[in-house]
Design a protein around this ligand. Structure first.
Ligand SMILES: Nc1nc2c(ncn2[C@@H]2O[C@H](COP(=O)(O)OP(=O)(O)O)[C@@H](O)[C@H]2O)c(=O)[nH]1
Ligand SMILES: [Mg+2]
Length: 319
C-alpha cells in the first residue's frame, strides 16, 4: 500500500462520520418481566443486562451502547415500573425508571403480547403529555401461534397509549428487532458519537460482575430469597502471576434462614451458582477467572436507605 491509498481512506471516513452519522438515546421502559433486558441484549448482540423470569430482576439503570459505521444508539435499560412494595428498594427502582424518561430521544415502551395489566396502564399514564416520541414494542408474540389472535390486543393498546408507532416483536425468535432499530433512527439526531466507539456500557466491569452473580441468585433460588439478596464485590483484581482475574463476592441476605437456602444442602446451591457465574464472567472478561462466593446476613438492607447507598443503589451512577 502506498501513501496515497492511506490518505484516500482517511478522507473518506472523515466525511461520512461528520455528515451522516447519527447518535442518541433510547429508553427501554415498561412493567417488570415484559422482556426489556432480553430485548436490549438482543439489540446489542451481547449480554449486558441480566434477565430472569422473576419480576424486578433489573434494579439499576444501565446503558447498552451499540455503535456501527453509521450510528450509535445508546439503549437505557431500566428497572420495571411497578405498583406496590413500600420498601426503599422499590422506591429506588421506580425512581430510576422514571428518571430515564428525561433527556432521551425516543422511548421504547415494552408490553407483553396479550397481557395488559394495571401496571402497564400506570406506565402509559406517566407517558401522557411527554414531549418524547413513544414507540410501543409488543414483545413475546411467539406465544401466539395464530397472529390474528393478536389484533384485538394491538387495537386495545393503540387506544390506550399515545404513541408514534407500534412494533410486534419476539426477542426469543429475534424477529422484528431490525424494525426497532429503523424506528429509533428516525428519532435520533445527526451528530457524532457520544461515547467512544469501543465502549459498550456506562457501567464498570466490576458492576457487571456483581450483576452476573445476582442473576444466578434470581434464576436458581425459589421465591423467597432473591428479593432479599444483593451482591457486593469485595475483591476484584488481576493476578499477574496466575494470569487470571480474582473476584471475591459477598452475597448479602436479610435473614439467617435465607443464608441456609442460598448455601444449599452441603453447599450444593452456592457451588452451582458459582460455576454458572464463573462461566459468564470468563465470557465477559475474556480471561480466566477465579471466583469466590460468601454469604452474609445483613438485616433489612433493602429497606435501609444508608445500606442501599453503600451497596450501590444510589442515584449517581459512579459505581
Ligand atoms: N416467550 C418469550 N419470552 C420472553 C421473550 N423475551 C423475554 N422473555 C422472557 O421473559 C422473562 C423476563 O425477561 P426480562 O428481559 O428479564 O424482562 P424485564 O424485567 O422486562 O427486563 C424472561 O424469563 C425472559 O426469558 C420473548 O420474546 N418470548
Ligand atoms: Mg430487566
Amino acid at each position: 500500500m502506498d501513501l496515497s491509498d492511506l490518505n484516500h481512506n482517511s478522507d473518506h471516513s472523515q466525511e461520512s462520520a461528520s455528515t451522516d452519522f447519527q447518535s442518541g438515546f433510547a429508553a427501554v421502559i415498561g412493567r417488570p418481566n415484559v422482556g426489556k433486558s432480553t430485548i436490549m441484549n438482543e439489540l446489542l448482540g451481547q449480554k449486558l443486562s441480566i434477565t430472569s423470569h422473576k419480576p424486578q430482576t433489573t434494579r439499576h439503570r444501565i446503558h447498552g451502547i451499540h455503535t456501527t459505521d453509521h450510528y450509535q444508539i445508546v439503549y437505557v435499560d431500566t428497572p420495571g415500573m411497578h405498583l406496590g412494595g413500600q420498601k426503599s428498594i422499590n422506591e429506588y427502582m421506580n425512581r430510576t425508571a422514571s428518571s430515564a424518561f428525561a433527556d432521551v430521544d425516543v422511548i421504547l415502551f415494552v408490553v407483553e403480547a396479550g397481557r395488559w395489566s394495571q401496571e402497564d396502564q400506570a406506565v402509559a399514564n406517566k407517558l401522557k403529555g411527554l414531549d418524547v416520541p413513544v414507540v410501543v414494542i409488543v414483545n413475546k408474540v411467539d406465544k401466539f401461534k395464530n397472529k390474528e389472535e393478536l389484533f384485538p390486543f394491538i387495537q386495545e393498546v393503540s387506544e390506550k397509549v399515545e404513541m408514534t408507532t407500534l412494533i410486534p416483536v419476539s426477542a426469543y425468535k429475534k424477529s422484528g428487532l431490525d424494525l426497532i432499530v429503523n424506528e429509533v433512527l428516525k428519532h435520533i439526531p445527526k451528530q457524532p458519537a457520544i461515547f467512544p466507539e469501543d465502549e459498550i456500557t456506562d457501567r464498570s466491569t466490576r458492576f457487571l460482575a456483581s450483576e452476573i452473580i445476582r442473576e444466578k441468585l434470581m434464576r436458581t433460588l425459589g421465591e423467597e430469597v432473591p428479593y432479599g439478596a444483593t451482591v457486593e464485590i469485595e475483591e476484584f483484581k488481576y493476578d499477574e502471576q496466575e494470569g487470571r482475574w480474582v473476584i471475591h463476592a459477598l452475597i448479602l441476605v436479610e435473614r439467617p434462614g435465607q443464608k441456609k437456602i442460598v448455601i444449599g444442602n452441603k453447599g450444593e446451591l452456592i457451588k452451582k451458582m458459582g460455576t454458572q457465574a464463573r462461566k459468564d464472567l470468563i465470557a465477559l472478561m475474556e480471561a480466566r477467572v477465579h471466583l469466590e462466593l460468601w454469604v452474609k446476613v445483613k438485616e433489612n438492607w433493602s429497606d435501609d436507605a444508608r445500606a442501599l447507598a453503600s451497596l450501590g443503589y444510589n442515584d449517581d451512577y459512579s459505581r
